[in-house]
Design a protein around this ligand. Sequence first.
Ligand SMILES: NC(=O)c1ccc[n+]([C@@H]2O[C@H](COP(=O)([O-])OP(=O)(O)OC[C@H]3O[C@@H](n4cnc5c(N)ncnc54)[C@H](OP(=O)(O)O)[C@@H]3O)[C@@H](O)[C@H]2O)c1
Length: 390
Amino acid sequence: MGTDLVTMADPKSRFSFLNYLKENDRLYKFFIRENFFILRKEYNSYCKWVALQLDNCRFGHQVISVIYDKGLYILSVKNMSTGKEEEYITKKLVLGTGTQPNIPDFANRQQLPKVLHTSQYQFRKSEILNSTSVSIIGSGQSAAEIFSDLLPELESGLKINWFTRSERYFPLEYSKLTLELTSPEYVDYFYHLSSEKRRQILNAQNGLYKGINFDLISSIFDKLYEMSVDNTELPAFLRTNCRLNSISSTLKGSNLLEFTEVHQQRNFTSESDYVILATGYKYNEPACIEGIQSRIMRTSENLLNVSRNYTVDINNNEIFVQNAELHSHGFVSPDLGMGAYRNSRIINTIAGKEIYRVEKRIAFQEFGVPVNSEEKFQEGESIKNLAESL
Ligand SMILES: NC(=O)c1ccc[n+]([C@@H]2O[C@H](COP(=O)([O-])OP(=O)(O)OC[C@H]3O[C@@H](n4cnc5c(N)ncnc54)[C@H](OP(=O)(O)O)[C@@H]3O)[C@@H](O)[C@H]2O)c1
């Protein structure tokens, strides 16, 4: 429930998931179900229920450009149903444009029509079921969910390859003291490290936000086990440590994949009809902010220079970002529970007063040198000062 739209910021909000259940006569059913995890279908229905009540949300409107003039941002916005452009004027901007499919450069999908990203899977599943072989690339939750979904097709002879660059099919870590890293104080700690140290830490934290649900791994193994009774040979091929380097189409219209086994440093090829890129998502800056680049701060590596309060502008209180701060605020950036915390901070900064009370500390453990120690953070700020500045 922590991941509904509002509860972590304001459990009294009328837009909570519990209120959605109450208003739709489903609260008792949910209570009897005794399961904390919301079904996707129901989450979708809940989000629609909230959106229908918000008349300040404009759907079907594309922001074409933004310019800055005398303290104001002027947005040209295209109404996608009428085609007309309208102007909106604002003092503050929050960029919540999300992430886009991460497609490797070599996977040109115009030339490779049978290569798709996981985000297209539901729309093209029937094509895959009518084919003879499919390769899934990557070992995050998306890859595992698709592999699991396709598993019954092994019995009808569909050949399924599952390749990943990772060393193993690892689970998402959910132990409680590790979950304490999804906290304001860990974000503070991470934020004040050097960019090099942050990069190193992020590289070692894949298991905290990119792994596979533990029960799903078990269920995949158990299904394979069950299907292999009597030592039946299954057309399923799972292989780790394999970096995909290129894809080309063969004369018969299938795909030829070229890999490197990263430990053995040896190349090999594999052929399959369809390829599903479960290669994740990445943040791309929206094209519409091109006209306000001079107001946006950059790091020496040309990344968005996101300040602790999620602003990226030169005045530190005009342009805010959501889920564009993995490099500065850490692995919690896409976390839905911490999204409510981030939005509370953004709203409080925009309003110039506390609209939502923001937790300063939630964890039992502490990060960094002890408060009473003489040691300081790199930028000369003590933990106590940091907590006060929240
Ligand atoms: N039910 C749910 O709630 C649900 C469902 C799906 C996804 N999600 C979440 O959404 C986010 C994205 O998940 P995701 O599974 O789409 O992506 P992801 O977790 O970012 O995983 C991408 C995978 O692709 C691999 N990869 C990338 N390029 C490769 C290459 N050239 N060759 C071989 N392997 C390559 C990566 O390997 P490396 O590890 O080596 O980079 C990684 O295993 C995650 O936070 C996930 O937890 C949630």
